[in-house]
Design a protein around this ligand. Structure first.
Ligand SMILES: [Zn+2]
Length: 295
């Protein structure tokens, strides 16, 4: 396998406890390793209500070809990748103004308390409420991350969404769109970063701090330059449980928890190397390599 260099970006949105599930705020964990040679490693724990239906990663129709799991309730996805090596992933985030009526899921819908936007043609529109899960799909219809970022920015000028973090990356560039009421687009530098529902590298968020700690601890596995070894290390991180009362990256509660986990590896040339998917909490299930099945 091609080797991974040591620089990377960590993107860890949403991680919440049972109380937030009860409030309807879902949580997600997303880790993106962006390297100086352009290669990418993305890891995503999808944290959802257990009763929200979804499908395993599949080939979506249209061009360019893209692959993504599907939120069967709203029709969007939490993570997508296309044939050009553009990856995009979204997580929910609290909004600073006009607090939303609680919704379920990483790819929930705009609450009824907000003004309804015009139809966007994206998943979720059957209720005229744009699903944030449509945003990775919109991004991955572009040939480059830069084009995807521009397209997303243009789209967001006319459509109001609930709060979210959206990561878009390819071998040449990476961007983050943070929406806490007003979408803001920033570029993502090569290096290590952690994002939770409050923003970049917020060590006040115990799970961001936890993720940094685990990455540091796994250092050799992630920094060895070997893709398979890095993926193995990332699996361990995605499975991590803290001691009682401590934060975890794989979560469980009565209403929801980590329902699946995905690991993606893209080479510095934009070639899709690995698409590992675990259709259950990664502490309980096994990752299956889908690259040979999907691509
Ligand atoms: Zn677990």
């Amino acid at each position: 396998m091609p080797r991974l260099s040591s620089n990377f970006v960590i993107f860890v949105p949403f991680v919440v406890q049972s109380l937030l599930w009860q409030k309807g705020l879902a949580v997600c964990l997303l880790i993106c390793l962006r390297q100086s040679d352009g290669s990418l490693l993305l890891a995503a724990n999808r944290d959802e209500r257990y009763d929200r239906p979804s499908s395993s990663p599949l080939l979506w129709g249209g061009k360019p070809r893209l692959w993504a799991g599907r939120d069967d309730q709203a029709g969007g996805t939490w993570l997508a990748v296309n044939e050009h090596g553009v990856v995009a992933a979204v997580t929910n985030r609290p909004i600073d103004v006009a607090p939303p009526k609680p919704t379920a899921g990483c790819t929930g819908q705009t609450p009824a308390t907000r003004a309804q936007p015009p139809s966007t043609g994206l998943p979720g529109d059957q209720l005229n409420r744009p699903s944030r899960g449509g945003l990775p799909l919109l991004a991955c219809r572009q040939a480059t991350a830069k084009a995807a970022a521009m397209k997303t920015q243009e789209h967001l000028r006319g459509v109001a969404y609930n709060g979210f973090n959206l990561l878009i990356a390819d071998r040449a560039a990476a961007y983050i769109v943070q929406n806490t009421g007003q979408p803001v687009l920033d570029s993502v530098s090569v290096g290590m970063h952690v994002m939770a529902n409050r923003g970049w590298d917020d060590l006040a968020d115990e799970r961001v701090a936890l993720a940094f700690g685990l990455i540091e601890k796994a250092g050799k596995g992630l920094h060895s330059g070997d893709t398979a070894q890095a993926l193995e290390a990332m699996q361990s991180i995605c499975r991590f449980h803290g001691q009682r009362g401590e934060p975890s990256l794989c979560i469980h509660s009565s209403l929801g928890g980590t329902v699946s986990s995905t690991l993606l590896a893209v080479s510095g040339e934009g070639k899709l190397l690995s698409y590992l998917f675990c259709p259950a909490a990664p502490c309980r299930g096994q990752y299956e390599e889908l690259a040979g099945v999907l691509f």
